[in-house]
Design a protein around this ligand. Structure first.
Ligand SMILES: *[C@@H]1O[C@H](CO)[C@@H](O)[C@H](O)[C@H]1NC(C)=O
Ligand SMILES: *[C@@H]1O[C@H](CO)[C@@H](O)[C@H](O)[C@H]1NC(C)=O
Length: 300
């Protein structure tokens, strides 16, 4: 059990974007300093990880924006209830684990269901792996197929393009890989967005800006990990880069303790996020009504 917690934490850290090169922060160094005995504290009571600030009461039912956290680990319904009670409206769930040849993370199904039960929306993101024998497009299809086969009505997908050291390939190959993912998502009828930053995008793609269709942006901007490194929880600091004239979601905080989890914090504008959709399934000469959990849709 303790070992699993430790693994889960390591796993989380390995999925973090790296901080902009001009910063001196290094998540790896930061965590290496944490003694193992503290890392495996059952309450995740790690002194070095700061508590996430509370969302101010007056912002919890804002008509204009909402808060979310990213999840790439096992969750329970009570974790999701806790997020809701602290004013969060959705979770961003990682559905593709980049380890090895990449695999669909079945914990995503569990978290999507728990979030739904708690009244939270969900978005899907993937951490692709350019080293995999699966093409970019096939990494998208793997996720889509698994969600679809499990009754999830997925509308959009976010692709993580961070941590330049994970993208060891010539730049044109990287761009082609990203392009292949975007195209496949669009063939599958999904809206698609990229989770990156000004620096990540520049380092990984050279600032590529020639997508043939609309791609949304979820950008991260922190000064360092923890509550002290947060930037303003609005998208006002956005400056255009790559193909983007605006952002849709911003990650303003990384590696903070919240509801016994270690999360990153995000903010986004709310237009029409929906949590479910009634679909009609033909069955003989009648129709069965089934409520399907709807995943994705921020910015659509
Ligand atoms: C791909 O392989 C390179 C070289 O071994 C490595 O540095 C990089 O982290 C790998 N990327 C991923 C996503 O595993
Ligand atoms: C941009 O993409 C289009 C097709 O998608 C291509 O025809 C054009 O040459 C590209 N432009 C540049 C500057 O790469």
């Amino acid at each position: 059990m303790k070992f699993l917690l430790f693994l889960a934490l390591l796993h989380f850290v390995s999925s973090l974007p790296t901080v902009a090169p001009k910063d001196h922060f290094e998540p790896w160094n930061f965590f290496e300093k944490v003694p193992v005995e503290q890392v495996i504290d059952p309450d995740y009571n790690i002194p070095a990880v700061q508590d996430a600030p509370e969302i101010p009461m007056e912002e919890r039912d804002s008509a204009t924006h909402a808060y979310s956290v990213d999840i790439a680990f096992h969750t329970t319904v009570s974790d999701m209830d806790c997020l809701r009670d602290h004013g969060y409206k959705s979770v961003f769930v990682r559905a593709l684990n980049p380890s090895g040849n990449t695999y669909f993370d079945r914990e995503a199904l569990n978290t999507i269901n728990n979030a739904y039960d708690a009244g939270l929306g969900s978005e899907i993101y993937i951490t692709p792996n350019i080293n995999s024998t699966r093409s970019g497009g096939d990494q998208i299809s793997l996720v889509y197929q698994n969600l679809h086969d499990n009754g999830i009505n997925v509308r959009s997908i976010w692709i993580q393009v961070t941590s330049p050291s994970n993208w060891e390939a010539p730049m044109p190959v990287r761009i082609e890989f990203i392009h292949d993912m975007i195209q496949r998502a669009q063939v599958l009828g999904l809206a698609v967005g990229i989770y990156t930053s000004f620096y990540d995008w520049l380092e990984i793609t050279g600032g590529f800006n020639n997508f043939s269709s609309q791609v949304f942006l979820w950008y991260w901007h922190v000064l360092g990990i923890g509550a002290d490194g947060e930037t303003i929880p609005t998208l006002e600091d956005f400056r255009p880069f790559g193909p983007w004239k605006q952002g849709t979601i911003k990650q303003f905080g990384q590696v903070e303790k919240l509801c016994g989890m270690i999360v990153n914090r995000n903010v986004y504008g709310i237009l029409n996020q929906q949590k479910s959709k009634i679909i009609h399934i033909p069955s003989g000469n009648s129709h069965i009504e089934k409520e399907m959990i709807r995943v994705g849709g921020i910015g659509l």
